[in-house]
Design a protein around this ligand. Structure first.
Ligand code: YH5
Length: 282
């Protein structure tokens, strides 16, 4: 099951080796509020820097999905995301993914130049399967237990690894039935989304159970509480833990690593890939 790559609406994302996805928040609490002119300039500058550092894709998000975050309505999300996607598509060469659960945002963002849909709800919203199928771009399906506002209150599993795998297989099947070909799908175990600290590390250590499904796997652990709580570090001191986690994920078969810290993660990914596939050296 060789993983070739993804056609992201005309921009090719080569996945013959693992790639790094740069996180670009366009929310009012970040500088890059996509809705303002200064926000757009800032978003473009940040994206350019991440591409220079080696990002192969930029993930644009207008809805904060941190634990406890309140939902954002569709008009507000469109106001943040669309101008940013349009400007970014014209100024960076790499494909863009749009981090959204809303069918209306999926359609509009793809029309504005986004080349992938990144849905933390795995196309569960009414109309999302249809919107994603019609958009004809790759889709990342992520596992979450519960909803962002309450998901960290009491995560519960008998076996987190098999439950995440079974969930992702089910969503993969639902997406294929809705007309999204298997070779356009990416899976994500959803680190931090309705998981205890121990659940997150069980998943990281046994990630091969997910990568064995034969579909490219994306992971996002950058700056999250699974690093902060293990290491007792505030959000601005989680870089070393984050690069270690990225390396382990790649060693266990992840092909996409979503991160705020592109330069450091690119190096970590290369080291892990060399250990997984020494035949690639030279
Ligand atoms: C993900 O894992 N995560 S948004 C809490 C933090 C730091 C960062 C300070 N979108 C993922 O990045 N999409 C997000 O504590 C995602 N996979 C995919 N596919 C949450 C985030 C974060 C949350």
């Amino acid at each position: 099951m060789p993983v070739a790559g993804l056609d992201c609406g005309g921009r090719w994302l080569d996945l013959s080796a693992p790639r790094v996805v740069g996180v670009l928040n366009v929310t009012p609490d970040s500088f890059s509020d996509g809705g303002s002119v200064a926000g757009i300039d800032d978003a473009v500058a940040r994206a350019r820097l991440m591409v220079e550092e080696g990002a192969a894709m930029i993930d644009v998000g207008g809805e904060s999905s941190r634990p406890g975050a309140a939902p954002v309505d569709e008009d507000e999300e469109l106001r943040r995301v669309l101008p940013a996607v349009e400007a970014l598509a014209a100024s960076v060469p790499v494909p863009l993914s749009v981090d959204t659960c809303k069918p209306g945002v999926m359609r509009a963002a793809v029309a504005a130049g986004a080349g992938m849909i990144n849905d933390i709800h795995a196309l569960a919203a009414p109309g999302a399967l249809e919107a994603a199928a019609e958009a004809k771009v790759p889709v990342c399906l992520m596992h979450m237990q519960g909803e962002p506002r309450t998901m960290q209150q009491a995560p519960r599993y008998t076996d987190v690894v098999s439950e995440v795998r079974v969930f992702l297989e089910g969503r993969l099947e639902a997406a294929v039935r809705a007309g999204i070909p298997r070779d356009r799908l990416v899976l994500d175990p959803g680190f931090g989304f309705g998981k205890t600290l121990r659940n997150n590390y069980e998943l990281l250590g046994r990630l091969d159970a997910v990568t064995a499904l034969g579909v490219p796997v994306l992971v996002g652990m950058s700056r999250k509480s699974m690093l902060g709580n293990l290491l007792d570090r505030p959000v601005n001191r989680r870089l070393y833990g984050g690069v270690a986690a990225a390396a382990l994920a790649v060693f266990h078969g992840a092909r996409l690593v979503r991160t705020h810290d592109v330069a450091a993660t690119v190096d970590a990914v290369r080291v892990a890939w060399a250990a997984r596939r020494p035949d690639w050296i030279e």
